[in-house]
Design a protein around this ligand. Structure first.
Ligand code: FES
Length: 180
C-alpha cells in the first residue's frame, strides 16, 4: 500500500503495510530519527510527534490513519543553525541528560504552547504527564518549557502546525504534582 504523508510541510509517498506505526516510517523510510523508540506501547512518550495539532504516540499510530493530516516532528521545530524557541529553551536550560526523551518532551510541550504559550507551570506539568524521563531532569525540562512559552509570547514563532491539544494521561507521575 502506498500512503502519502505530510511531514514537516513536505509530502512523502511511502510503500508500507497500512498498520505500520508512524514511528517506523519516520525513522526507517524518511530518515527522521528525532522521534525515539522507547517502549513501543504508548507508555513512555519518547516517540511523541504532533498530528493535526495533537501530541500523539507515533509508535502506536498506524500510517493508514494519517493520509491528509499534518505531521510535525522535532526536526520541524527548527535546525541546528536556526533552532526554534522550544529547542533554544532546552539548550539554554541544558535540559537534557541522556537526551533520549527530549524530542518527545519538546513535541508534547510544543503542542501545549501552540495552543497556550502562557501556560502555567501547573499546566505544563499536567500536559507532560504521558512523557517519562529516567535521568531526572524534570525541573530543567519544566524551566525550558516555561522559557519557550515566554519566548513565544515575546515574538518567537509558534512551531508545528495548527492548534494543539495534548492527550490526557491516565497516570500522573510524581513529578507532575502541583508545585507547593
Ligand atoms: Fe511510543 Fe514509548 S515508544 S510511547
Amino acid at each position: 500500500m502506498t500512503v502519502t504523508l505530510n511531514v514537516n510541510g513536505a509530502d512523502h509517498t511511502v510503500d508500507a503495510e497500512p498498520d505500520t506505526p508512524l514511528l517506523y516510517v519516520l525513522r526507517n523510510d524518511l530518515g527522521l530519527n528525532g522521534a525515539k523508540f522507547g517502549c513501543g506501547l504508548g507508555q513512555c512518550g519518547a516517540c511523541t510527534v504532533i498530528v493535526d495539532g495533537y501530541a500523539v504516540f507515533s509508535c502506536t499510530t498506524p500510517i493508514m490513519m494519517l493520509e491528509g493530516r499534518q505531521i510535525v516532528t522535532v526536526e520541524g521545530l527548527g535546525t541546528i543553525d536556526n533552532p526554534g524557541p522550544m529547542q533554544q529553551a532546552f539548550i539554554d536550560e541544558q535540559a537534557a541528560q541522556c537526551g533520549y526523551c527530549i524530542p518527545g518532551m519538546m513535541m508534547r510541550a510544543q503542542a501545549l504552547l501552540n495552543e497556550n504559550p502562557a501556560a502555567s507551570e501547573a499546566e505544563v506539568r499536567r500536559a507532560l504527564h504521558p512523557n517519562l524521563c529516567r535521568c531526572g531532569t524534570h525541573m530543567r525540562i519544566l524551566r525550558a518549557v516555561l522559557r519557550a512559552g515566554a519566548a513565544m509570547q515575546n515574538g518567537g514563532a509558534a512551531s508545528g502546525t495548527g492548534t494543539c491539544r495534548s492527550m490526557p494521561s491516565p497516570v500522573a507521575p510524581s513529578w507532575a504534582a502541583p508545585a507547593r
